[in-house]
Design a protein around this ligand. Structure first.
Ligand SMILES: C[S@@+](CC[C@H](N)C(=O)[O-])C[C@H]1O[C@@H](n2cnc3c(N)ncnc32)[C@H](O)[C@@H]1O
Length: 420
C-alpha cells in the first residue's frame, strides 16, 4: 500500500477511536473487518499507532498544536509505529521539518501531566498511595504493552511439556515467577493455529488473573460459583484446579460474554462447568443455591484501570462518576454472592482496578457489615495454593498486583471464610 494511503487510513481509524464512545479494541477490530485487504504488517502499524495516541494523548495533543493540517494526521505522524522510511514517503517537506523540530523537544522539561499522561482524578490517588518514585514507575509501565501470558491447562499438559512444545514451534516461553500454571512468552507470536492451543492445553491469561483463581483454591468435588464469569478466563482455571470434578457454576448477566466461553470450554475438556445467564445478582437461581456453595469468586465489574497496558482508552472513558456507580454495583454483587456460601466456605472479591475506592473500600465495608465472614490473609492463602513469594504480591492482607512491580495487570483481591 502507498504510504499516503496507509496514513489516510490511520487518520480514519484515529477519528473513530478518539470519539471514545466505544472500547478501542472493538473499534479497531471492526475497522480491520471493513478493510480486509490490509496485510499483517499494516494492521500492526495502524493498531500500534492508534494505541500510542491513546497512551500519550495529552502529550501528543500538546505537541500537535504547532503543526498544520488535520489534527488526526499530526497525531498519527507523532505516534507512527511503522517504518520511518516508509512514513517519509507520505510527508511534505514542511511536515518533515515540523516532525524533526518536535522530536528535538526535551520531554523532561514538560509539565507533569504531559509526562504521566493520566487524567488528574486518576493520577492524584495513585501518586498519594505510591509516593513519587513508584508512581512514575507505574506510569511508565502502564504506557508499555503487556507480555503474552499463558496458563497451562493441567488437565491436558504439564508446564514443562507445554514449554517444550512451544520451543519446538520456535516460541520461547519461561515459567512465570508466581503462578505455578503460567508461562510467559517472548514477543507476540500467533498461537491460535498451534496444536497446543486448539487442543486446549494452553489458554492466554494474564498472570494476575491466574493468581486470583489460585486464591480461591477450589478443590476436587466441590460446589463452586464464578459469579461474574464473563468469557470465562477464570472459570477455565477454576475448572482445571477442580480436576474436572464437582460442579462449577459460571454466572453472568451477559449472555453474549457467556457465549464466548463456549468454544473455550469445548477446547478445555472440562465437563464440570455449568454456564448460566442470570438477570441480576438477586436472581432466583442464586436464591436456590443459598448456603450450598463451598467457594465463590466475585470477579466484579470494575473500571478496568489496572489493564491500561492493554486498554489505554479506559483512562479517557472512565470518570469519577462511573467509579461511584460501580462501587454501588460491586457492593450489591458481593453482598448477594456471599449468601451462597456454606459455613467454612471461601469468598473471594477481585477487580482489575487500581483504585482503593473499588478495592480496599469495598472489602473493608463488607467485613464491617458481615461479622459472619472472617477475613483471610491473602499471602497465607496463596502460599498454601503453591504460589511462590506470595508475600510480595500482598499488602495489608489483600492481593495487590501492579504492572511496574509484578509485570501483571493491576489486580486486587480479598478473601474471607464464612464462619462455622
Ligand atoms: C471483570 S468481568 C469478568 C471477567 C471474567 N471473570 C474473566 O476472567 O474473563 C465482570 C463481569 O461481570 C458481569 N456482571 C456485571 N454485573 C453483574 C451482575 N449483577 N451479576 C453477575 N455478573 C455481572 C459483566 O457482564 C462482566 O462479564
Amino acid at each position: 500500500m502507498h504510504p499516503n494511503a496507509l496514513l489516510d487510513l490511520s487518520c480514519e481509524l484515529l477519528r473513530a477511536v478518539l470519539k471514545l464512545d466505544a472500547p478501542a479494541d472493538g473499534v479497531v477490530s471492526a475497522f480491520f473487518r471493513k478493510n480486509k485487504a490490509l496485510g499483517q504488517r499494516e494492521r500492526h502499524t495502524l493498531a500500534e499507532t492508534v494505541y500510542t495516541v491513546l497512551r500519550q494523548r495529552p502529550l501528543l495533543q500538546n505537541l500537535a498544536q504547532s503543526g498544520s493540517g488535520p489534527i488526526e494526521r499530526r497525531l498519527a505522524l507523532l505516534a507512527w509505529a511503522g517504518s520511518e522510511t516508509f512514513l517519509r514517503g507520505a510527508l511534505s517537506a514542511t511536515e518533515q521539518q515540523w516532525l524533526a523540530d518536535v522530536k528535538r523537544i526535551d520531554l523532561a522539561s514538560l509539565p507533569e501531566k504531559l509526562r504521566h499522561n493520566l487524567p488528574e482524578w486518576l493520577a492524584e490517588p495513585l501518586q498519594k498511595r505510591l509516593g513519587d518514585a513508584e508512581f512514575w514507575a507505574l506510569a511508565e509501565a502502564m504506557n508499555e504493552g503487556a507480555a503474552l501470558d499463558l496458563r497451562v491447562n493441567m488437565l491436558k499438559s504439564k508446564r514443562e511439556d507445554a514449554q517444550a512444545a512451544l520451543k519446538a514451534a520456535g516460541i520461547d516461553a519461561e515459567p512465570m515467577p508466581y503462578s505455578p500454571w503460567g508461562l510467559r512468552v517472548q514477543g507476540k507470536p500467533a498461537l491460535n493455529k498451534l496444536e497446543l492451543f486448539t487442543s486446549g492445553a494452553i489458554e492466554v491469561q494474564d498472570e494476575g488473573s491466574q493468581l486470583l483463581a489460585l486464591l480461591l483454591d477450589a478443590k476436587r468435588g466441590e460446589m463452586v460459583v464464578d459469579f461474574c464469569a464473563g468469557a470465562g478466563g477464570k472459570t477455565l482455571a477454576l475448572g482445571a484446579a477442580m480436576r474436572n470434578t464437582g460442579r462449577l457454576y459460571a454466572f453472568d448477566i451477559s449472555g453474549h460474554r457467556l457465549d464466548a466461553l463456549k468454544p473455550r470450554l469445548a477446547r478445555s475438556g472440562l465437563s464440570n462447568v455449568y454456564p448460566a445467564q442470570i438477570v441480576h445478582e438477586r436472581d432466583e437461581r442464586i436464591k436456590r443455591l443459598a448456603g450450598k456453595i463451598d467457594r465463590v469468586l466475585v470477579d466484579a465489574p470494575c473500571s478496568g484501570l489496572g489493564t491500561l497496558r492493554r486498554n489505554p482508552d479506559l483512562k479517557w472513558r472512565q470518570s469519577p462518576k462511573a467509579v461511584q456507580e460501580l462501587q454501588a454495583k460491586q457492593t450489591a454483587i458481593l453482598d448477594s454472592a456471599a449468601r451462597l456460601l456454606k459455613p467454612g466456605g471461601r469468598l473471594v472479591y477481585a477487580t482489575c482496578s487500581l483504585l482503593e475506592a473499588e478495592n480496599e473500600e469495598i472489602a473493608q465495608a463488607f467485613s464491617a457489615a458481615h461479622a459472619d465472614f472472617l477475613p483471610l490473609d491473602a499471602a497465607e492463602a496463596l502460599t498454601r495454593a503453591h504460589v511462590g513469594q506470595a508475600e510480595q504480591l500482598c499488602e495489608n492482607g489483600f492481593v495487590r498486583l501492579w504492572p511496574h512491580r509484578h509485570q501483571t495487570d493491576g489486580f486486587f483481591a480479598a478473601a474471607w471464610e464464612k464462619r462455622q
